[in-house]
Design a protein around this ligand. Structure first.
Ligand code: AMP
Ligand code: MG
Length: 599
């Protein structure tokens, strides 16, 4: 039996396990230099006996620690060591230890010991020692390193324990194939769509159930370049030309034919400007003045920048290092004629519009915009611009939702504020479903709310009322009304935005025909202790910045009330605390979703 383990680092962790005396350290002593030779940077974590010490009695650092310093950091200009007194009854926690490693400076962490943890491992086995295999009891073992003549009781990959290069190949392959587990998103059960409404769903389960219902729009429009922003390309854009069309110069300077050695001076026989090339073929020993972007004359293959050329009027002598083909952009080196320049399903932004223009397209087939109908519910909800009655609040949700939907390229139909009555809600839902692909409401889905939206929805369609194990944004209604999808978002303004970003956004992206619709996560380091509950996904509003250490650091915007829209304005990202996390110490790795990607 192994104990659960989650790698908190953005680099792989690989364990080595064996009975003592098998030669773990001996192997690592050979493996590490071999991996270093292959350009890999390593960290090692080793489990030791309780009474180990790395310091020596009599040294200042030892005495200062013994005097009572809980942490002692000793540093020189070549190395530093941090010793921490952390006496505990149980084994040290590997995720905590891993968080102490400078993960941006290594490609992999090798772990010796901790064999009871459910982390990927290589088993070392020597039949001569007469010990049993470990992998028969441990499903996390990926391969067994043993002697040539050992019989394995399984079909696990086998490695020769005496062949360090082979083991290094395995480690290298492991690093190449490794990808970080996405936070908070363990795989949903295979069934997906008909989620059981009676139970609480994880964020991943909710998202999978929603995405399973989304069918991308099939209709397309032919749209001119100026109207492409935020549209999704419907068919591959195949390049009708080579880009660049002609081989040309990347520098202002001189073009010539490379020879080794080069003559001391070349005769300048003309010039090539952008749009006006040099008509003749260059002969060896000749050069032309050339401008950036100007076509390379026939016969020339190399350019020397002006700064490294001694221009004497009729002749030029070249200085500095010369390499054949330098400073030359080859025809088609960016995009070759006939290649897919932009694939179907790409969302078109400024760069993509420019690329399409550069290929000569003045219009392209794009997916029709999804249509989204939006309304707010609640008798206390008032339209901005009107006087605010006592105990009422202004409607902000409709405006955040409309704005986010528009940024995703949707056409928006605003159905206004709907009073808490079954008849009005039914009318709004029917109207929305008749003219839109997606209907989004806010409010009225929490437990204990006036039942109108629930009864209205039950009468009109197949709607599930879900409890998502997340904060903020626990209640969520989702289903179908006729052919439209329906999202009933919570009422609290931050919960609305967070649930929109997690659930509605991927759905609208998929509906719009985008290939990439799964949310993206970026690792950062928390500068603040973050607390959640195991099993719940917590979304904090955060502010990230680039630290002096070159890594992204993040802290929260402060108070995190789910009604505090100002936290969404102050913040530039969501900090995502995954389901298994309960408390993350300062310096731990977290994942963030930058708003730049989302809003
Ligand atoms: P409900 O789930 O309808 O009880 O709403 C939860 C909270 O969100 C209540 O405090 C509502 O007043 C608030 N709320 C509901 N709809 C809106 C809205 N459109 N804009 C701002 N706040 C809202
Ligand atoms: Mg309400």
């Amino acid at each position: 039996m192994t104990t659960a383990f989650r790698n908190p680092l953005p680099v792989p962790v690989l364990g080595f396990c064996a009975y003592s005396g098998t030669g773990k350290t001996t192997l690592l002593l050979k493996l590490i230099p071999e991996l270093n030779r292959r350009g890999l940077k390593l960290a090692v974590v080793k489990h030791a006996h309780h009474d180990f010490d790395v310091d020596i009695p009599g040294k200042d650092s030892y005495e200062l620690r013994k005097a009572g310093a809980r942490q002692m950091l000793v540093a020189s200009h070549v190395r530093w060591a941090l010793m921490t007194e952390d006496a505990r009854d149980s084994d040290p926690e590997l995720p905590h230890l891993l968080n102490q490693i400078e993960a941006d400076k290594v490609d992999i962490v090798l772990v010796e010991g901790f064999k009871k943890l459910s982390l990927p491992k290589i088993e070392l086995h020597r039949a001569a020692h007469g010990k049993p295999f470990i992998h028969t009891q441990d499903p996390d073992i990926l391969a067994v390193a043993c002697c040539d003549d050992t019989q394995l009781p399984s079909d696990l990959p086998r490695l020769d324990i005496n062949n360090v290069a082979e083991i290094a190949d395995f480690v290298q392959q492991y690093i190449a194939n490794w990808c970080p587990a996405t936070p908070s998103l363990p795989l949903a059960p295979a069934c997906g769509c008909e989620a059981d409404m009676s139970k609480t769903l994880s964020v991943r389960q909710g998202m999978d159930a929603i995405l399973a219902k989304v069918v991308p729009v099939s209709e397309t429009d032919l749209a001119p370049l100026d109207e492409l922003d935020g549209r999704v390309l419907a068919c591959d854009a195949i390049s009708p030309v080579d880009v660049p069309q002609q081989t040309n110069s990347a520098m202002d300077g001189f073009a010539f034919r490379f020879a080794d050695p080069m003559p001391d001076a070349l005769n300048i026989v003309g010039a090539s400007f952008a749009g006006h090339g040099f008509a003749d073929t260059l002969k060896p020993g000749e050069a032309v003045r050339i401008m950036t972007g100007a076509p390379l004359p026939a016969g020339a293959d190399t350019v020397q920048p002006r700064e490294l050329a001694d221009d004497r009027g009729d002749t030029v002598s070249l200085q500095g290092k010369l390499e054949v083909g330098q400073h030359v952009r080859l025809a088609g080196e960016d995009i070759t004629k006939g290649a897919v320049a932009l694939g179907a399903g790409e969302r078109i932004d400024a760069a993509a519009t420019g690329l399409l223009a550069s290929l000569g397209f003045d219009k392209v087939q794009v997916k029709r915009r999804p249509r989204v109908a939006v309304f707010s519910t609640g008798d206390e909800v008032s339209a901005p611009g009107e006087p605010l009655a006592p105990s009422c609040i202004y409607d902000s949700n409709r405006f955040t939702i409309k704005n986010m939907a528009k940024r995703l390229g949707c056409e928006v139909i605003d159905l206004g504020i709907i009073e808490d009555s079954e008849a009005s809600l039914m009318a709004a839902l029917e109207q929305g479903a008749s003219c839109a692909d997606v209907v989004i409401s806010s409010g009225g889905v929490s437990v204990g709310d006036a039942d109108y939206i629930k009864t209205a929805l039950e009468k009109l369609g197949q709607i599930g009322f879900w409890r998502i194990n997340m904060r903020p944004g626990r209640p969520l209604a989702f289903g179908e009304i006729n052919r439209a999808l329906f999202f009933g978002l919570p009422g609290n303004p931050v919960a609305v935005m967070v649930s929109f970003l997690q659930f509605v956004q991927p759905a609208l992206r998929k509906l719009a025909g985008e290939n990439q619709y799964q949310p993206r996560f970026i690792p950062a380091i928390t500068d603040e202790v973050l607390r959640s509950r195991i099993g719940r996904t917590e979304f904090f509003r955060g502010i990230y910045h680039l630290g002096d250490d070159g890594q992204l650091h993040v802290k929260t915007t402060g108070a995190q009330g789910s009604g505090m829209l100002s936290s969404m304005v102050k913040g530039n990202c969501l900090i995502v605390l995954a389901e298994p996390d309960e408390q993350l110490a300062i310096g731990s790795r977290v994942y963030i979703q930058p708003f730049a990607d989302l809003l």
